[in-house]
Write a protein that binds this ligand. Structure first.
Ligand code: ZN
Length: 283
Protein backbone atom coordinates (compact mmCIF):
# COMPACT_ATOMS: atom_id res chain seq x y z
CA UNK A 1 0.00 0.00 0.00
CA UNK A 2 1.54 3.30 -1.03
CA UNK A 3 2.43 5.62 1.83
CA UNK A 4 3.20 9.34 1.72
CA UNK A 5 6.69 9.03 0.18
CA UNK A 6 5.41 6.74 -2.59
CA UNK A 7 2.53 9.12 -3.35
CA UNK A 8 4.94 12.07 -3.39
CA UNK A 9 7.15 10.10 -5.80
CA UNK A 10 4.16 9.51 -8.07
CA UNK A 11 3.31 13.22 -7.91
CA UNK A 12 6.86 14.22 -8.82
CA UNK A 13 6.91 11.73 -11.69
CA UNK A 14 3.59 13.02 -13.04
CA UNK A 15 4.40 16.69 -12.65
CA UNK A 16 6.43 17.24 -15.85
CA UNK A 17 3.89 15.22 -17.84
CA UNK A 18 0.77 16.94 -16.49
CA UNK A 19 1.49 20.43 -15.15
CA UNK A 20 0.95 23.13 -17.77
CA UNK A 21 -0.47 20.61 -20.23
CA UNK A 22 -3.98 20.20 -21.61
CA UNK A 23 -5.92 16.94 -21.36
CA UNK A 24 -6.94 16.28 -24.96
CA UNK A 25 -8.74 13.04 -24.25
CA UNK A 26 -10.02 11.43 -21.08
CA UNK A 27 -11.04 7.80 -21.26
CA UNK A 28 -13.09 6.55 -18.33
CA UNK A 29 -13.64 2.83 -18.72
CA UNK A 30 -15.97 2.11 -15.83
CA UNK A 31 -18.47 3.99 -13.66
CA UNK A 32 -16.63 3.53 -10.37
CA UNK A 33 -13.64 2.38 -8.40
CA UNK A 34 -14.06 2.25 -4.64
CA UNK A 35 -16.80 4.86 -5.06
CA UNK A 36 -18.68 6.02 -8.16
CA UNK A 37 -16.75 8.44 -10.35
CA UNK A 38 -18.20 11.96 -10.45
CA UNK A 39 -20.86 12.62 -13.10
CA UNK A 40 -19.58 13.28 -16.63
CA UNK A 41 -15.99 12.90 -15.44
CA UNK A 42 -14.52 12.43 -18.92
CA UNK A 43 -16.32 15.52 -20.20
CA UNK A 44 -15.22 17.64 -17.22
CA UNK A 45 -11.58 16.64 -17.75
CA UNK A 46 -11.37 16.94 -21.52
CA UNK A 47 -9.87 20.21 -22.77
CA UNK A 48 -8.74 21.29 -19.31
CA UNK A 49 -5.26 22.58 -18.66
CA UNK A 50 -3.64 21.28 -15.48
CA UNK A 51 -2.44 24.33 -13.58
CA UNK A 52 -0.80 22.59 -10.64
CA UNK A 53 -0.29 19.14 -9.19
CA UNK A 54 -0.36 19.03 -5.41
CA UNK A 55 -0.27 16.40 -2.70
CA UNK A 56 -2.29 16.42 0.52
CA UNK A 57 -1.61 13.42 2.75
CA UNK A 58 -1.81 10.38 0.43
CA UNK A 59 -3.96 12.18 -2.15
CA UNK A 60 -2.85 13.87 -5.36
CA UNK A 61 -4.78 16.95 -6.49
CA UNK A 62 -4.66 18.23 -10.05
CA UNK A 63 -5.98 21.82 -10.23
CA UNK A 64 -7.73 22.38 -13.57
CA UNK A 65 -8.29 25.55 -15.59
CA UNK A 66 -12.06 25.09 -15.07
CA UNK A 67 -11.73 25.82 -11.36
CA UNK A 68 -12.22 22.19 -10.43
CA UNK A 69 -9.62 19.86 -8.93
CA UNK A 70 -9.22 16.18 -9.71
CA UNK A 71 -8.52 14.18 -6.57
CA UNK A 72 -6.62 10.94 -7.07
CA UNK A 73 -6.19 8.23 -4.45
CA UNK A 74 -4.10 5.20 -5.35
CA UNK A 75 -5.79 3.03 -2.71
CA UNK A 76 -4.17 -0.36 -2.12
CA UNK A 77 -2.97 -1.28 -5.57
CA UNK A 78 -3.45 1.75 -7.82
CA UNK A 79 -0.65 2.31 -10.34
CA UNK A 80 0.15 5.29 -12.50
CA UNK A 81 1.80 4.54 -15.81
CA UNK A 82 3.45 7.21 -17.94
CA UNK A 83 4.02 6.59 -21.63
CA UNK A 84 4.92 8.62 -24.67
CA UNK A 85 7.10 10.92 -22.57
CA UNK A 86 10.50 10.93 -20.96
CA UNK A 87 10.54 9.51 -17.47
CA UNK A 88 13.97 10.22 -16.03
CA UNK A 89 16.29 9.26 -18.86
CA UNK A 90 13.94 6.67 -20.32
CA UNK A 91 11.12 6.82 -22.81
CA UNK A 92 8.25 4.37 -22.65
CA UNK A 93 6.06 3.71 -25.67
CA UNK A 94 2.30 3.57 -25.18
CA UNK A 95 1.40 0.12 -23.88
CA UNK A 96 -1.40 -1.95 -25.33
CA UNK A 97 -4.62 -1.39 -23.39
CA UNK A 98 -4.55 -3.70 -20.39
CA UNK A 99 -7.08 -5.16 -18.01
CA UNK A 100 -7.76 -2.78 -15.10
CA UNK A 101 -6.78 0.36 -17.08
CA UNK A 102 -9.66 2.36 -15.62
CA UNK A 103 -8.79 5.94 -16.56
CA UNK A 104 -6.48 7.03 -19.39
CA UNK A 105 -5.54 10.70 -19.88
CA UNK A 106 -3.93 11.75 -23.16
CA UNK A 107 -2.12 15.07 -23.03
CA UNK A 108 -1.48 17.70 -25.71
CA UNK A 109 2.19 16.61 -25.71
CA UNK A 110 1.17 13.11 -26.81
CA UNK A 111 2.05 11.73 -23.38
CA UNK A 112 -0.39 9.40 -21.73
CA UNK A 113 -1.11 8.70 -18.07
CA UNK A 114 -2.89 5.45 -17.28
CA UNK A 115 -4.49 4.69 -13.92
CA UNK A 116 -4.56 0.94 -13.47
CA UNK A 117 -6.00 -0.58 -10.30
CA UNK A 118 -6.60 -4.34 -10.10
CA UNK A 119 -8.24 -4.27 -6.67
CA UNK A 120 -10.19 -1.05 -7.24
CA UNK A 121 -9.61 0.44 -3.78
CA UNK A 122 -8.46 3.64 -5.44
CA UNK A 123 -10.68 6.60 -6.14
CA UNK A 124 -11.02 9.76 -8.21
CA UNK A 125 -13.30 12.71 -7.62
CA UNK A 126 -13.83 16.24 -8.88
CA UNK A 127 -14.64 19.25 -6.72
CA UNK A 128 -14.24 23.03 -6.84
CA UNK A 129 -10.57 23.87 -6.12
CA UNK A 130 -11.71 26.55 -3.63
CA UNK A 131 -13.48 23.91 -1.55
CA UNK A 132 -10.99 21.06 -1.93
CA UNK A 133 -10.04 21.19 1.74
CA UNK A 134 -13.68 20.45 2.66
CA UNK A 135 -13.83 17.25 0.59
CA UNK A 136 -14.90 14.34 2.85
CA UNK A 137 -11.55 12.59 2.29
CA UNK A 138 -9.56 15.73 3.16
CA UNK A 139 -11.64 17.47 5.84
CA UNK A 140 -10.36 16.74 9.32
CA UNK A 141 -6.87 15.72 8.25
CA UNK A 142 -4.12 16.91 10.56
CA UNK A 143 -1.12 18.93 9.42
CA UNK A 144 1.30 17.68 6.78
CA UNK A 145 4.28 16.06 8.54
CA UNK A 146 6.68 17.96 6.29
CA UNK A 147 4.82 21.27 6.62
CA UNK A 148 5.25 24.17 9.03
CA UNK A 149 2.08 23.44 11.00
CA UNK A 150 3.60 20.20 12.27
CA UNK A 151 6.02 21.19 15.01
CA UNK A 152 7.10 20.21 18.50
CA UNK A 153 4.59 22.33 20.46
CA UNK A 154 1.75 21.12 18.22
CA UNK A 155 2.54 17.44 18.74
CA UNK A 156 3.07 17.83 22.49
CA UNK A 157 -0.34 19.54 22.79
CA UNK A 158 -2.05 17.00 20.55
CA UNK A 159 -0.78 13.93 22.45
CA UNK A 160 -1.29 15.34 25.94
CA UNK A 161 -3.57 13.11 28.01
CA UNK A 162 -4.06 10.55 25.23
CA UNK A 163 -4.53 7.04 26.49
CA UNK A 164 -3.86 5.30 23.18
CA UNK A 165 -0.48 3.73 22.39
CA UNK A 166 1.91 6.15 20.68
CA UNK A 167 1.83 3.94 17.56
CA UNK A 168 -1.96 4.36 17.22
CA UNK A 169 -1.76 8.09 18.00
CA UNK A 170 0.71 8.67 15.15
CA UNK A 171 -1.42 6.63 12.75
CA UNK A 172 -4.43 8.83 13.60
CA UNK A 173 -4.77 10.99 10.48
CA UNK A 174 -6.30 13.82 12.55
CA UNK A 175 -3.03 14.10 14.51
CA UNK A 176 -0.73 14.10 11.49
CA UNK A 177 -1.74 13.44 7.89
CA UNK A 178 -0.32 10.71 5.71
CA UNK A 179 1.73 8.70 8.18
CA UNK A 180 1.25 4.97 7.69
CA UNK A 181 2.36 1.77 9.34
CA UNK A 182 5.83 1.54 7.79
CA UNK A 183 7.06 5.02 8.57
CA UNK A 184 5.53 5.09 12.06
CA UNK A 185 7.46 1.87 12.88
CA UNK A 186 10.64 3.43 11.50
CA UNK A 187 10.19 6.73 13.36
CA UNK A 188 9.47 5.05 16.72
CA UNK A 189 12.53 2.85 16.23
CA UNK A 190 14.80 5.82 15.54
CA UNK A 191 13.33 7.72 18.48
CA UNK A 192 13.82 4.57 20.62
CA UNK A 193 10.24 4.69 21.86
CA UNK A 194 8.33 1.53 22.81
CA UNK A 195 5.34 1.54 20.40
CA UNK A 196 2.99 0.25 23.12
CA UNK A 197 3.58 3.17 25.50
CA UNK A 198 0.63 5.47 26.10
CA UNK A 199 1.05 8.65 24.06
CA UNK A 200 0.06 10.83 27.02
CA UNK A 201 2.66 9.20 29.28
CA UNK A 202 5.63 10.24 27.13
CA UNK A 203 7.66 13.24 28.30
CA UNK A 204 7.37 16.47 26.30
CA UNK A 205 11.03 16.05 25.38
CA UNK A 206 10.44 12.56 23.97
CA UNK A 207 7.39 13.70 21.96
CA UNK A 208 9.36 16.68 20.64
CA UNK A 209 12.16 14.36 19.50
CA UNK A 210 9.69 12.60 17.19
CA UNK A 211 9.10 15.65 15.00
CA UNK A 212 12.54 15.91 13.36
CA UNK A 213 12.75 12.10 13.20
CA UNK A 214 9.42 11.79 11.36
CA UNK A 215 10.56 14.46 8.91
CA UNK A 216 13.89 12.69 8.43
CA UNK A 217 12.35 9.23 7.86
CA UNK A 218 9.90 10.61 5.27
CA UNK A 219 12.52 12.87 3.70
CA UNK A 220 14.94 9.96 3.17
CA UNK A 221 12.21 7.85 1.60
CA UNK A 222 11.18 10.69 -0.75
CA UNK A 223 14.86 11.07 -1.65
CA UNK A 224 15.03 7.34 -2.46
CA UNK A 225 11.92 7.74 -4.61
CA UNK A 226 13.54 10.68 -6.37
CA UNK A 227 16.58 8.58 -7.24
CA UNK A 228 14.31 5.89 -8.64
CA UNK A 229 12.66 8.54 -10.87
CA UNK A 230 15.99 9.76 -12.25
CA UNK A 231 16.99 6.21 -13.05
CA UNK A 232 13.75 4.96 -14.54
CA UNK A 233 14.18 1.56 -16.11
CA UNK A 234 10.86 -0.13 -15.44
CA UNK A 235 9.55 -1.37 -18.74
CA UNK A 236 6.02 -0.10 -18.34
CA UNK A 237 6.79 3.34 -16.94
CA UNK A 238 5.11 2.65 -13.61
CA UNK A 239 5.59 5.34 -11.00
CA UNK A 240 5.87 5.21 -7.29
CA UNK A 241 7.36 2.00 -6.01
CA UNK A 242 11.05 1.93 -5.27
CA UNK A 243 13.66 -0.06 -3.44
CA UNK A 244 14.05 1.26 0.04
CA UNK A 245 15.71 -0.31 3.02
CA UNK A 246 14.13 -0.14 6.43
CA UNK A 247 15.87 -0.28 9.80
CA UNK A 248 13.12 -2.15 11.64
CA UNK A 249 10.07 -2.58 9.38
CA UNK A 250 9.71 -6.14 8.03
CA UNK A 251 12.91 -7.25 9.83
CA UNK A 252 11.38 -9.71 12.32
CA UNK A 253 13.95 -12.01 14.01
CA UNK A 254 16.88 -10.05 12.59
CA UNK A 255 19.45 -8.28 14.80
CA UNK A 256 18.67 -4.71 15.83
CA UNK A 257 20.78 -2.21 13.87
CA UNK A 258 21.22 0.21 16.79
CA UNK A 259 24.97 0.22 17.51
CA UNK A 260 25.75 -1.88 20.59
CA UNK A 261 22.18 -3.14 21.00
CA UNK A 262 21.93 -6.94 21.41
CA UNK A 263 18.19 -6.88 20.62
CA UNK A 264 16.36 -8.96 18.03
CA UNK A 265 13.57 -7.25 16.08
CA UNK A 266 10.17 -8.45 17.25
CA UNK A 267 6.74 -8.24 15.67
CA UNK A 268 3.57 -7.53 17.62
CA UNK A 269 0.07 -6.79 16.35
CA UNK A 270 -1.50 -3.45 17.29
CA UNK A 271 -4.97 -2.52 16.01
CA UNK A 272 -4.74 -5.40 13.54
CA UNK A 273 -1.45 -4.29 12.02
CA UNK A 274 2.10 -5.50 12.46
CA UNK A 275 4.42 -3.41 14.55
CA UNK A 276 8.12 -4.15 14.18
CA UNK A 277 10.23 -3.00 17.11
CA UNK A 278 13.32 -3.71 19.18
CA UNK A 279 12.29 -4.79 22.69
CA UNK A 280 15.70 -3.74 24.08
CA UNK A 281 16.42 -0.22 22.85
CA UNK A 282 12.85 1.03 22.36
CA UNK A 283 11.57 2.02 25.80
ZN1 ZN B 1 17.76 -2.39 19.67
Amino acid sequence: MPELPEVETVRRGLEPVLTGHVITEALVNRPDLRWPFPERMAERLTGQRILALRRRSKYILADLGSGESLLIHLGMSGRMLVSGAMLGEFHHDHPAPAKHDHVVLTMDSGARVTFNDARRFGSMDLMPTDHAAEHPLLAGLGPEPLGNAFHEAYLIGRLKGRNTPIKAALLDQRVVAGLGNIYVCEALFRAQIDPTRKAGALSAETVASLVPIIRQVLGEAIEAGGSSLRDYRQADGELGYFQHTFRVYDRESQPCVTPGCPGIVGRIVQSGRSTFHCPICQR
